[in-house]
Design a protein around this ligand. Structure first.
Ligand SMILES: [Zn+2]
Length: 547
């Protein structure tokens, strides 16, 4: 690396543990003196390229030039960082920094201000729960989003999960009026102007430059609001950015705030006292964004009614995963069913821990998910789920109990109700977690049910998974009156839950694909079984006794 830099005319500056070099970048308009700092030859941290104070650049703001004149030359994938080729890597970094600076100085990359706008606007934030493309009046509310949290500002229009989260404050919490305007372009800054706007006048100047319509929206926000604060939130394609104007104390009179409200914007241009401006960045917090962002075109479980029977080691993680995919939101709901309480025996492989000990597992999981997931409607029941009667209204019932008798009862009810729903999804572990399996039993005629996989209770499975002669290992802790239990680590429960969650997502997308899916974790104990959608087994008592 040293030689590569010397070849480029750089010289090493004596320093401590960090390698520092001084040299010049050659751009069309001349030479730019820089300092190159290499904090780390593994390139986990990028080499830093600083422009020296002695350089007189153009008299305007440059994109990609950060504080302390650091060139932000690194965009994802623009430079290959190779710890095994430090010389080549540092040369590529310097070449990329030169290109970035050249484009900035020549005014070819001003559009990139839009991408950096978020960083330039403000470190203050609020949440934003608005419909896509919304323009119109809105409110900033201050709910406590969790028991211990401070009130959080949330920009809403009408109903919002954030309102429902803190009912006691709903009636008497502070609220501010705001105006939202959606624009189909990114917000960007004016390189010729001081940035960011520090007061009302600078804000008006910038808005006029950005889009004259925005100045009239600001006037509207001021004249239509109440009280001595007014907020304009601009939803641009590069984010939502708000500015809050506070009328100075001498102007907080009935005369200015009520009688002459319609001309408040004009009066603030010749203010009596200091008009304060706060810039706030709004983080998207609408449910479509929260639950849909990561699923892309796949689609999720929002709007579906899903029941999870069994909130033990598999069911608790599965309930969490399907809640993260939107189950219980968008008008759907999520019901968790379990008859047992959470015990210390469960803690080593359960979603929940100490705060929920000795509470019903379904209740505890519902409570936990309602706290963690915004807008989710998670309910619970401690009643046994032997029949589908109570579950008829659901689109999907997931059985994660691993209790054969219960599963077969649910299976029979599902087969009897074909072709109507709900669809049933069973998932379980085999042989101390050597394999996980799940099957979807939906209304599709001619497809195998759970019982089709093993028509005789004590007989051989139609699709053998476990290798013969594999001994099961049981645990027994007498002192805890724990009874006998099957040992396996939490990793297998989470993997089984993930297998079932994928199948649930495919079902929701209307493309269930393989209805029987198997994952092998210990090939010495289990056979590879290809995923498939088996047909009905001739001698299946569930399918043949269909009432
Ligand atoms: Zn069957």
């Amino acid at each position: 690396m040293h030689d590569a830099l010397l070849e480029r005319g750089f010289r090493r500056v004596p320093s401590g543990s960090v390698d520092i070099y001084e040299g010049r970048l050659l751009i069309t308009s001349g030479e730019v003196p820089v300092t190159v700092l290499v904090p780390d030859l593994d390139f986990v941290t990028m080499p830093l390229v600083h422009i020296s104070e002695s350089w007189q650049g153009p008299d305007r703001r440059l994109p990609h030039l950060g504080p302390s004149r650091l060139i932000c030359y690194y965009a994802l994938g623009s430079v290959v960082l190779d710890r095994y080729d430090p010389g080549g890597t540092i040369v590529r970094c310097i070449e990329q920094a030169t290109r970035v600076l050249e484009d900035a100085v020549e005014g070819r990359s001003d559009a990139d201000f839009g991408a950096e706008f978020d960083a330039h606007w403000s470190a203050r934030w609020m949440l934003c729960d608005l419909p896509a493309g919304y323009s119109g009046p809105a409110t900033i509310i201050y709910p406590r989003l969790s028991v211990a949290s401070e009130p959080t500002p949330v920009l809403v229009a009408g109903s919002s999960w954030a309102r429902d989260r803190d009912p006691p404050r709903r009636a008497d919490g502070p609220e501010e009026t705001a105006l939202v305007v959606s624009i189909g372009t990114p917000l960007t800054l004016d390189p010729e102007r001081k940035w960011p706007p520090a007061d009302y006048d600078e804000l008006v100047d910038w808005l006029r430059w950005a889009d004259p319509v925005l100045t009239s929206r600001l006037e509207e926000a001021l004249s239509s609001g109440t009280g001595h604060q007014a907020t304009l939130a601009i939803r641009a394609t590069n984010g939502t950015f708000a500015c809050r104007i506070t009328v100075p104390p001498p102007m907080r009179t009935v005369e200015f705030l009520v009688n002459r409200r319609s001309t408040l914007a004009r009066n603030l241009a010749r203010p009596v006292g200091q008009v304060s401006l706060e810039r706030i960045t709004a983080d998207s917090a609408d449910l479509g964004y929260i639950y849909g962002r990561n699923l892309g075109s796949r689609g999720g479980l929002a709007g579906r009614s899903v029941a999870v029977v069994g909130c033990g080691t598999i069911g608790s993680f599965l309930a969490q995963q399907i809640a993260l995919c939107g189950a219980g939101t968008g008008g759907g709901h999520l019901l968790l069913v379990d008859t047992d309480d959470l015990r210390t025996a469960n803690l080593g492989r359960h979603l929940l821990g100490i705060p929920f000990l000795h509470r019903n597992k379904a209740e505890a999981c519902a409570r936990y998910l309602n706290i963690m997931m915004p807008g989710a409607k998670v309910e619970w029941s401690a009643k046994a789920a032997q029949t589908l009667t109570a579950l008829r209204g659901f689109d999907l019932v997931v059985d994660a109990t691993g209790e054969e008798a219960l599963s077969l009862a649910l299976n029979q009810a599902a087969v009897d109700r074909r072709p109507s729903g709900p669809a049933l999804l069973f998932c379980w572990l085999m042989g101390n977690g050597a394999a996980a399996q799940c099957i979807l039993v939906d209304g599709e005629a001619g497809k195998a049910c759970l019982k089709c996989l093993k028509p005789e209770l004590a007989g051989e499975p139609v699709y053998p998974v476990m290798r013969p002669d594999v001994e099961m290992e049981f645990g027994r802790v007498e002192a805890c009156a724990d009874g006998e239990f099957v040992t396996f680590p939490v990793s297998r429960s989470v993997a089984a839950a993930a297998l079932a969650c994928d199948l649930a997502l495919d079902w929701a997308a209307g493309r269930p694909g393989h209805r029987l899916r198997t994952r092998i974790f210990e090939p010495d104990k289990a056979f590879e079984v290809a995923d498939c959608s088996p047909g009905v087994t001739d001698r299946c008592p569930a399918c043949s006794t269909r009432r």
